[in-house]
Write a protein that binds this ligand. Structure first.
Ligand code: GLA
Length: 376
């Protein structure tokens, strides 16, 4: 990737780039739709990433070519436009940085990515963090993972119009190699949790897609707020399972199921972090399986393709557990698989999923990598 973007940078700008940034995608091992409920998540940064080569400009223009999309992004820092498509994330981060008072300098660059788009692997948050990192480098100010994660979320919420939480930006800003992060989305404190020895994290793309601006994502978020109001709290994080069980009979069916997912999922994340810390892949897998059932039946964010893929994965020898990952309504599933069986696991999922759905899946193993970084 580094060689490709360096070459493309030269083609566009006639010189070598000054800097190269890598911003990974992420996969969430457990803890879905808990982040905006002030709860817990357990994601890791993956070895698929956006690579961005850039150099400082003397004026206040930002120009960015992508090898993956036709039209470049090109705007003045003094007049940031809404331009739709992938450029919205670039403009949104620029706008949020400006609002927060960061000094902004112009730059030009070329990027490419091997993170599948719209698959629940956070290609958009990776772009946000790559752009924030680029501004910090050309402006010579320090990149604070926590502050930049908040900038990315603000861009997404207030510029792009997707009411997403903070998980994706946090893990992409702060990820650690060989570890997942247990993030408390209330205070954004994070603890490194090792991936159990002898296991592999397998990501399986169903080849079905979502969009957070028009899917049920915002609707789920609103339903959680309604449920929190019923319990008299601002976030479902503050409702214990005991309290839920006591007061659930008074709720309507939809609110009951939505809140049961969030409250039980928070508990599973904390248990999962403990299980992984002890290298207990069996318990981790079981929690992943339970999480999927909760997302399928209570939160209702899976589709047929996700359910088929998860069932196929769970039935393979050497699979500790599997679940849908990300915002839902399409995209990817994730499984924890015994190292020695991973080759045959990948082959089987590939052929059997295709037989069942006539869709062409993508199945790959990923290490846990570090978050956004300056490579050069
Ligand atoms: C998307 C959002 C995250 C989070 C997940 C669901 O990835 O961007 O903030 O809510 O969905 O867990």
């Amino acid at each position: 990737m580094k060689i490709i973007i360096t070459k493309e940078f030269k083609t566009h700008f006639g010189a070598d780039p000054q800097f190269i940034v890598r911003a990974p995608g992420r996969v969430n091992l457990i803890g879905e739709h808990t982040d905006y409920n002030d709860g817990f998540v357990l994601p890791m940064a993956i070895d698929r990433a956006i690579w961005l080569a850039l150099r400082l400009r003397k004026d206040r223009r930002v120009i960015l070519h992508s090898l993956d999309f036709a039209n470049p992004v090109d705007f003045s820092l003094d007049d940031i436009p809404h331009q739709g498509g992938w450029g919205e994330y670039v403009c949104g981060v620029t706008w949020a940085l400006g609002e927060a008072g960061y000094p902004l300098s112009g730059w030009e660059g070329v990027m490419t990515s091997d993170i599948p788009i719209g698959a629940g692997l956070s290609s958009s948050a990776a772009l946000e963090m790559a752009v924030a990192k680029a501004f910090s480098i050309v402006g010579s100010w320090p990149f604070s993972a926590l502050k930049m994660a908040r900038i990315g979320q603000q861009a997404e919420n207030d510029w792009v119009g997707a009411n997403t939480g903070i998980m994706d930006q946090m893990i992409i800003a702060a990820g650690q190699s060989d570890h997942a992060l247990l993030i408390d989305c209330r205070d954004l404190s994070a603890r490194e949790i090792p991936i159990p020895g002898g296991t592999a994290v397998v990501i399986m793309d169903t080849a079905t897609r979502h969009s957070h601006t028009d899917s049920g994502y915002n609707e789920r978020r609103a339903q959680c707020e309604t449920a929190a109001a019923y319990f008299g709290v601002s976030h479902l994080r503050d409702v214990s399972l005991d309290e839920f069980n006591r007061r659930a009979p008074g709720m309507d069916d939809l609110s009951r199921r939505r809140s049961r997912h969030v409250i039980s999922e928070n508990g599973r994340v904390v248990q999962a972090a403990e299980a992984m810390s002890c290298g207990n892949a069996v318990e981790m897998g079981q929690l992943m399986n339970n999480s999927h059932v909760s997302m399928r039946d209570d939160f209702e964010i899976t589709n047929d393709a996700l359910n088929i893929m998860v069932e196929l994965a769970q039935s393979q020898p050497g699979c500790f557990g599997a679940r849908m990952t990300g915002g839902g309504f399409g995209g990817c599933t994730v499984a924890l698989v015994r190292d020695e069986t991973v080759g045959i696991f990948v082959e089987n999922i590939h052929s059997r999923y295709q037989d069942k759905t006539s869709l062409q899946p993508k199945v790959f193993v990923s290490m846990a990598t570090s978050g956004v970084e300056q490579i050069m």
